[in-house]
Write a protein that binds this ligand. Structure first.
Ligand SMILES: NC(=O)C1=CN([C@@H]2O[C@H](COP(=O)(O)OP(=O)(O)OC[C@H]3O[C@@H](n4cnc5c(N)ncnc54)[C@H](O)[C@@H]3O)[C@@H](O)[C@H]2O)[C@@H](O)CC1
Ligand SMILES: [K+]
Length: 627
């Protein structure tokens, strides 16, 4: 810290306490700001001293992108069910359900098989993403369980997996021949038992066990005895591999007694069980992490007849999770990020281009809402946190001119904070009124954060829409500086959560993680732009925007429903829903970017883009920060 005294002799010293709330921006050398208050006043509230700060104008490259409103509509997720309250069928009941479905209820085998196979494929896709678990082997038996496996393999192909099929005892019926032809037309390879490697871990990520279902009895006969042993022995090879394949059993873990389960204790131990129609008694003995129910076709007459308690399927899903997803010890979640290094010479010169590159990667990796961002704002009265720790800095040496009712400070150092400046000490030339030296303390302000959805990014900045009467809008009206934070993990070849653990196996996680922080000043977007976007939203969201007086206290949820219903009735004729005045967009004009990439041993990459004016042109200077 330096002390700058420009003038000397016959000076009076005045010691003052002043407050100045600074916005969350970067200030550069010799930028000036004003304190609109007499230096000689004491004990004023912070709000009396709102000043202005010079902010550079930023022009980014003309990349124009917009995101469709579909991002804002959330997808349904599988509901957790208490396994205790669910019905389990005996072998006899399972066969009886089968007979009723295909007799009086008019279903055909292929219909049920198609729905069963689709449920298996969607259950797999809920847990094991094709980006990490692409190589699938469906081992299919001679009956309908095997047929389910063939159908699942076809759907998995269309979901982006690479299935292969082992179907050693083919049933010569038109239904099965058709399923085989369909797979062959997709070039799905059929492997004989002899073609299979001794260690299935080498070639496959997912093993679909579709050998036997509820009609199995006795001990498995060849070649299924050996195939079941291959699944049992997988754990013997586990130590040779970073990741061992997962076993997904269709309806019954093959070889298990349909009612009593794995009687010998030496049978298959699937990681996932997809029960069809209703779980069979053996499913009570399933201890793997993922139990799903599929086969969304059970009519109420069957539910009543067998007094079934089955979980409801969420939304339009073909499957529902039974029981809780595996518990994860949050404190043990310590990923080692492995990424190629993020080097200064390799990143785009324009931060908007770099942002779009990472955004596209996040989108391609299957992240649901990569446009979700934390928006941090602070009003003019952001309360200071307690002194101490890293929330407190001190600087000395600003100087400037002190006029009757305002002091102009000229900062002599680059500062970087969002905070409350407390001017502790000022030395003023009583003749010239020059401000000679100032000592300031800066305490960081409390800011408020929430997640909003990015709806567009272009050369002018980052756009989102909200209620202009919300807390964030209120804070932005008082202080237009804000910060955006994007968090994208699970990129490229990462393990997806929930993590799959097999007892005794080692889980090596390759996780790529990116964060982008953007700071700048915020303005409302022109009303026509908000108007245009408002009418592109689903009508339900348009009505919702009118129904909710955001951030106000309401007596209960019923008020929202009531208002929503009234408005729904009002606009039921399909007429244009007018955009409320209090609803619209904001655009943040970036003044700083930081691109963060996780690396091993916490040696993360942090590249900051700082705007600079060179020969009247804006250029972004890239600097590296220590992690
Ligand atoms: N609601 C239902 O009933 C539905 C049933 N579906 C599927 O159909 C399955 C039942 O199908 P299936 O009745 O065809 O029977 P499975 O597929 O369970 O197996 C029957 C076949 O396995 C053979 N087998 C039995 N025990 C054996 C042993 N110890 N060693 C070697 N081979 C043996 C039988 O000879 C027969 O060929 C269910 O588990 C389910 O996967 C689904 O396709 C759709 C709905
Ligand atoms: K099975």
């Amino acid at each position: 810290m330096t002390m700058v005294i420009r003038k000397s002799s016959s000076r009076a010293m005045t010691c003052l306490f002043l407050y100045q709330l600074l916005p969350p921006t970067r200030s550069h050398h010799n930028h000036s700001f004003s304190i609109y208050k007499s230096c000689r006043s004491l004990s004023k509230t912070p709000s009396d001293f709102l000043g202005s700060i010079w902010c550079p104008t930023v022009c980014a490259a003309p990349t124009i992108r917009s995101f469709s409103s579909k991002f804002s509509e959330s997808n349904t997720t599988a509901r957790m069910q208490n396994p205790e309250s669910i019905s389990y069928l005996t072998q006899r009941e399972a066969a009886e359900v089968d007979e009723i479905l295909m007799g009086p209820l008019g279903f055909s085998v292929d219909q049920l098989m198609e729905l069963a196979g689709l449920s298996v494929a969607t259950s797999i896709a809920e847990v094991y993403k094709p980006s990490e678990y692409s190589r699938v082997l469906a081992i299919c038996g001679p009956g309908n369980n095997g047929g389910d496996g063939l159908v699942a393999a076809r759907h998995l192909h269309h979901f982006g997996y690479k299935p292969s099929v082992c179907y050693p005892k083919r049933t010569q019926k038109p239904l099965y021949n058709g399923l085989v032809t369909q797979l062959e037309s997709l070039s799905v390879p059929f492997l004989s038992v002899e073609d299979l490697p001794v260690d299935l871990s080498e070639d496959f990520d997912i093993l679909v066990d579709a050998m036997f279902g509820f009609s199995f009895h006795g001990s498995p006969r060849p070649p299924f005895d050996d195939l079941i042993q291959k699944l049992v022995q997988l754990c013997n090879f586990a130590q040779n591999h970073q990741k061992s394949p997962v076993i997904v059993s269709v309806d019954i873990p093959s070889g298990w007694h349909v009612e009593e389960g794995d009687v010998s204790g030496e049978g298959v131990k699937p990681d996932m069980l997809v029960s069809l129609t209703a779980p069979k008694l053996c499913a009570k003995r399933f201890t793997g992490p993922h139990h799903f129910l599929g086969g969304r076709f059970v009519p109420s007459s069957i539910v009543d007849k067998f007094k079934l308690h089955l979980p409801p399927y969420p939304g339009t899903s073909m499957c529902v999770r039974i029981g809780k997803p595996p518990q994860i010890d949050i404190s043990a979640l310590r990923q080692n990020y492995i990424s190629p290094e993020l080097l200064e010479e390799q990143v785009a010169a324009d931060p908007i281009d770099q942002f779009c590159k990472w955004f596209d990667e996040a989108l391609a990796s299957g992240l649901r809402e990569p446009n979700a961002m934390a928006l941090s704002t602070v009003g003019k009265d952001g309360k200071p946190q307690l002194k101490g720790a890293q929330n407190y800095v001190e600087w000395v040496g600003s100087f400037g001119v002190c006029k009757k009712d305002k002091c102009e400070l000229e900062l002599d150092k680059e500062i970087q904070f969002l905070g409350l400046v407390q001017v502790l000490f000022m030395l003023i030339d009583t003749i010239t009124q020059d401000l000679l030296v100032t000592t300031c303390h800066v305490t960081f302000c409390n800011s408020s954060s929430r997640i909003v959805l990015l709806k567009g990014v272009d050369k002018d900045g980052f756009v989102w829409y909200t209620n202009y009467e919300s807390q964030k809008a209120h804070e932005l009206s008082e202080n237009p500086q804000a910060s955006l934070l994007f968090y994208w993990d699970g990129l490229k070849r990462q393990a997806m959560l929930p993590l799959h653990f097999r007892p005794g196996s080692k889980v090596h996680i390759r996780l790529y993680k990116h964060e982008v922080r953007v700071e700048g000043s915020v303005q409302k977007v022109p009303d026509e732009e908000s108007e245009q976007y408002f009418h592109s939203r689903p009508r339900g969201s348009q009505i919702g925007a009118i129904a909710s007086k955001q951030s106000t206290i309401i007596p209960g949820r019923h008020i929202l429903h009531q208002t929503y219903k009234e408005l729904e009735g009002k606009y039921s004729d399909g007429s244009l829903i007018p955009k409320p005045k209090h609803w619209g967009g904001y655009r943040l004009k970036p003044q700083l970017f930081e691109f963060w990439q996780g690396q091993q041993s916490r040696l993360h990459d942090r590249l900051q883009y700082i705007p600079q004016e060179i020969d009247g042109k804006l250029v972004w200077k890239i600097v590296r920060l220590a992690p």
